[in-house]
Design a protein around this ligand. Structure first.
Ligand code: SF4
Length: 161
């Protein structure tokens, strides 16, 4: 992004924060739907970003999946890779959220572990299924890496966010 764009974004965010007349530390404690709606008014914050803000502020036990964690879960069979990133995100989030429970530390750890797994082993273009501890149960594991004999990347999440 050009510096001009960043400045404009910051100004819009600061203006909105002033209009809200509440520190964000209080906004994140509002009822979930209201907090999400408010956070999404900030420039550059979509559904995933709003959930991440709620997670990292330790206000809500949401997974707040980013693209790496999302890709891992799609390959593990928790959803499909739709052409529209938001649809994939919503589908996977809806499927895994009940398993996340109501513990913020657990959700934070799950978020970080999934992101790390997607960054290091289950990478976008060259997943290392041979070194993956999940390969035995992964329907997308590369041939020979698990009992399913699937092909890693066949459930490819292409979004780069
Ligand atoms: S087995 Fe391969 S595709 Fe499945 S989670 Fe591990 S790295 Fe990803």
């Amino acid at each position: 992004m050009l510096p001009d764009g960043r400045v404009e974004k910051l100004l819009r965010a600061a203006t909105l924060a002033a209009v809200l007349e509440a520190p964000l530390s209080k906004v994140v404690k509002r009822p979930l739907l209201e907090a999400r709606r408010i956070l999404r008014r900030f420039p550059g914050v979509g559904e995933p970003g709003a959930d991440r803000l709620l997670l990292f502020s330790r206000a809500r036990p949401l997974l707040g999946l980013e693209s790496n964690g999302l890709r891992v879960l799609v390959r593990l069979g928790f959803g499909q890779d739709h052409p529209h990133y938001a649809r994939t995100w919503r589908e996977v989030t809806a499927r895994v959220s009940p398993e996340a429970g109501d513990s913020v530390p657990f959700a934070l750890r799950a978020h970080l572990v999934l992101r790390h797994h997607g960054q290091t082993l289950c990478t976008r273009s060259r997943p290392r299924c041979d070194a993956c501890p999940l390969s035995a149960d992964c329907p997308s594991a590369a041939p020979g890496a698990g009992p399913h004999g699937g092909r890693a990347g066949s459930k490819h999440v292409s979004a780069s966010r």
